[in-house]
Each structure stands twice: as structure tokens, then as C-alpha cells.
Write a protein that binds this ligand. Structure first.
Ligand code: TRP
Length: 450
């Protein structure tokens, strides 16, 4: 048992970075970010998003890393160990629950990406075929069996990676997939910005229009930053535990944030110019990548190829994030139930197949069932993104700022004094973690209720 545990570690610092970027870059970047930008005044949103991500969310990411590497083991064990109090284990269990809720709808959308990838490869999807992509999309997601089958395929692929373990599964696939993702999105971006009329899309992305930006946009930017960096769900606590003791956590946190944000911007450049070139309203909402883009692909030169590249990108981004969500649950079950990796992952998969199916059916046969005016799928998204992740982030910063304290924090980010981190930087980071982050999280949470 203990021997097995030792194998649960990344082989190098680069492996850790690749895996964390793999978790961060996901549907959030390609699916959520572009339509939030579209709905909230373009560059104004991007600007605020950048500030929040850099100044607020990077220190929160760092807090999770510190807890994970200092504590080790599963998130629950890590919280108990760093605080010396059993009660704090709740924070780890909450993280697992959050991942479970995110994953329940994530596997459904992951299934959609596989379906669209298959469709884009099949002949007839492009070459000017006038498809009613809105009808295709709603017909597919509203049916009862096929989306669940695709979700199952997505779950099985994820479990395949998880069962190979941390090094051979998570680390190796991330190292392969992440560079590929960047190459793919740049290729699509080049095609998109060279379309006639693409300039309007770039203007839209990079010229701020604060008249479209309001308090809700601010909340959306904060929520998106949390979601995109996989914060507040113990992802980084889990991966922190697998991180080499000599790694420079501050630098890693910065690299992960910058890469994730850069990728989101690239995704914006790949999507918005094409949307504008074809005269489509950019505030389409969640249907943007599954309805609007397929329509564009059918009309644009090289559209068939772009469709395949795009859905490969979407799929790879989705599965590498799903792996991290899955790993949080698996490691917690391994720890709490003293279970082997394969047993724990099988339990995780079985539960997810059930809840994923319910989320999927809530767009079809169970459409009539709503909780607080939202169907089950939207409710899972809402509760996890707006309540649980915020709470998880708050617990992480309180744990580091108020329980672990500055001395231990500094010791961890300097790896016991072996890494040089400028003293002012350490103080500023700790100040943000101890005061700024809790105040911002609590005030936005309270004001979003009213
Ligand atoms: N960050 C991922 C995305 O952008 C989603 C994600 C993966 C996530 N793991 C997470 C979100 C853990 C919160 C917590 O799509």
C-alpha cells in the first residue's frame, strides 16, 4: 500500500506544470470564455479578467499548492495534516464534492465534443451543406440515449488515463496534449483572422466597451477566473501533493496562470474573428461552439479541416481537465476507503455515469424537472461554480492565511530556504491571501445574493 502511494508523484517539475495546465485549459477556455467575452462588452471584460486572474487568483492557486505539497496524500489528509485539526478534513471532502458536481455535467459536454468530432470527420458535415446546426444540436442533446452513450465513452477514456497512474497516465498524456493544443489553436486562429471581415472581431476583443460592463460582468469575470484555473475544488491541493519538494511553487503558479490566460485569449482570437466575418451576433451564449461554429465551418474555405481541428482541440482540452477532476475524487476515495487506484476509479466512474446521465436527461426526458427555475444540468453548473468553488477557495486562503501562517507559507514557497523568493513578493502574496482574497470572496458572494 505505502509502496503504491510513493509512485503517486510527478517525475519532474515540468510534469507537474503540464498536468496543472492540462487541468486549467478546458471547456472553460474554449466554450465559456469566448461567450462570456461576447456577452460582457469584449475587451472591457478581458481587461478586468486579466487583473482579477493575476492579482487575486494566482495567490489563491498558490495557497492550494502550499496546502497540497505541505500536507501530501489526498486533499482531506492534506488539510488535516497542515492544520493539525481533524475538522479541516471537511475542506478536502468539500473539494471532492465540488469536483463531483462539475464532473457530472462536464462528462456530458465531453460526450458532446466526441459526438461533434465524429460528425466533423464524417463526410457531408462541410462542403457548403446547408445544415440547420441549431436543430442538429438541440435534437442531439435532447435525445435520451445517444448523449449518454457518448458520455460513457468519455468516462471510459478518462478512467483509462487515471488507471495508468500519476506518472504514466496523467503526466505523460498532459506532456503530449498541451503542446499539441497550443499548435492546434494557433492554426485555427490563423485561418480565422485571415478571413475577410475578421478585423471587426479583433476590434471587438481588444477595444474596451465599458458601457456593456456592469456588476454582473464583474461577478462573471471572477467566476470564470476561478473556473478556468480549476480553483476551489482541491485540484491544486491534489496535484500539489504530487509535486517535487524542490519545485518553485510561486513560479509554477505564475506559469500556469499565464499559460491558461494566454490560451483563453488565443481561443478568443480563433473564434471571434470568424463569428464577425460571418456577421453573427457574438452574444449567442452557450451554443456558441456547438451551434454557431459548425454553421461557420460549413461556409468557410477550409472549413471542413478547421472543424476537425477545432473539435480535436475541444476534446483534448476537455479530457485533460476531466482527468484532474476525476483524480481528486479517486485520490479521496483511495484515502478514505483504503482502496486501490483501480477500485477507487471504478467507483468514481459508476457514480458519474449515474449523475452524468441525469444531467444529460435533464435536457431531454427529464426536462420538466427544475430546481429553482433551472434544469438539473444548469443547476449543477450553477451550484458548483457559484457556491462550492467560491467556498473552497475561501477555505484554502483562510487555511493558509490564518491557520498555517506566514512562517510556514514562506518556508514552503522557498522550499525550506533553498529557493530565493524576494521578501516583498512573499509579503505581498501573503497579504493578498490573508486579507484581500477573503474580503473579495465574501463581499462578492454577499452582493451576488442581493
Ligand atoms: N479548468 C477547467 C476548464 O477550464 C475545468 C476544471 C477542471 C475545473 N478541473 C477543475 C474547475 C477543478 C474547477 C475545479 O474547463
Amino acid at each position: 500500500m505505502t509502496e503504491k502511494k510513493n509512485k503517486d508523484a510527478f517525475s519532474s517539475n515540468f510534469g507537474m506544470i503540464a498536468a496543472a495546465i492540462g487541468s486549467a485549459i478546458g471547456l472553460g477556455n474554449l466554450w465559456r470564455f469566448p461567450y462570456l467575452v461576447g456577452q460582457n462588452g469584449g475587451a472591457a471584460f478581458i481587461l478586468v479578467y486579466l487583473i482579477i486572474t493575476l492579482l487575486l487568483c494566482t495567490p489563491i492557486l498558490l495557497s492550494e499548492m502550499v496546502i497540497g505539497r505541505r500536507g501530501g496524500g489526498s486533499p482531506r489528509g492534506a488539510y488535516v495534516k497542515v492544520t493539525g485539526r481533524k475538522g479541516w478534513g471537511v475542506a478536502g471532502i468539500l473539494g471532492m464534492l465540488t469536483c463531483f458536481m462539475i464532473m457530472s455535467f462536464y462528462v456530458v459536454v465531453g460526450g458532446w465534443t466526441i459526438r461533434y468530432l465524429v460528425m466533423s470527420i464524417a463526410p457531408g458535415f462541410h462542403r457548403g451543406a446547408q445544415i440547420d446546426s441549431a436543430a442538429v444540436f438541440s435534437g442531439f442533446v435532447g435525445s435520451n440515449v445517444s448523449p449518454i452513450v457518448y458520455s460513457l465513452i468519455f468516462i471510459l477514456l478518462t478512467i483509462g488515463i487515471i488507471n495508468l497512474g500519476v506518472q504514466k497516465g496523467i503526466e505523460k498524456t498532459s506532456k503530449l496534449m498541451m503542446p499539441l493544443l497550443f499548435v492546434l489553436i494557433v492554426l485555427i486562429g490563423i485561418r480565422s483572422v485571415t478571413l475577410p471581415g475578421a478585423g471587426a472581431g479583433l476590434d471587438y476583443l481588444f477595444k474596451p466597451d465599458f458601457s456593456q460592463f456592469n456588476f454582473d460582468s464583474l461577478l462573471a469575470a471572477l467566476g470564470q477566473s476561478f473556473f478556468s484555473l480549476s480553483l476551489g475544488a482541491c485540484m491544486m491541493v491534489t496535484y500539489g501533493a504530487y509535486t517535487p519538494k524542490s519545485s518553485n511553487l510561486t513560479k509554477n503558479a505564475a506559469i500556469i496562470t499565464v499559460s491558461d490566460t494566454f490560451f483563453a485569449l488565443l481561443a478568443g482570437c480563433a473564434i471571434m474573428p470568424a463569428v464577425f466575418a460571418f456577421g453573427i451576433n457574438p452574444s449567442e451564449g452557450a451554443g456558441l461552439v456547438f451551434v454557431t461554429l459548425p454553421q461557420i465551418f460549413t461556409q468557410m474555405p477550409l472549413g471542413g479541416l478547421c472543424a476537425i481541428l477545432f473539435f480535436v482541440t475541444l476534446f483534448l482540452a476537455a479530457i485533460s481537465s476531466a482527468v484532474s477532476l476525476f483524480e481528486v475524487m479517486t485520490s479521496t476515495i483511495m484515502d478514505m476507503g483504503k482502496a486501490r487506484r483501480k477500485t477507487a476509479s471504478a467507483i468514481t466512474a459508476a457514480i458519474l455515469l449515474f449523475t452524468g446521465s441525469i444531467c444529460s436527461l435533464s435536457q431531454g426526458a427529464l426536462r420538466g424537472i427544475t430546481i429553482g427555475g433551472k434544469n438539473i444540468f444548469d443547476q449543477f453548473d450553477y451550484v458548483s461554480s457559484n457556491i462550492l468553488m467560491t467556498l473552497g477557495g475561501l477555505l484554502a486562503v483562510i487555511c493558509v492565511g490564518w491557520v498555517i501562517g506566514k512562517k510556514t507559507f514562506t518556508d514552503e514557497i522557498t522550499a525550506g530556504g533553498t529557493i530565493r523568493v524576494p521578501r516583498t513578493l512573499a509579503s505581498v502574496l501573503f497579504f493578498i491571501i490573508k486579507y484581500v482574497a477573503p474580503i473579495v470572496i465574501v463581499t462578492t458572494a454577499i452582493s451576488s445574493i442581493f
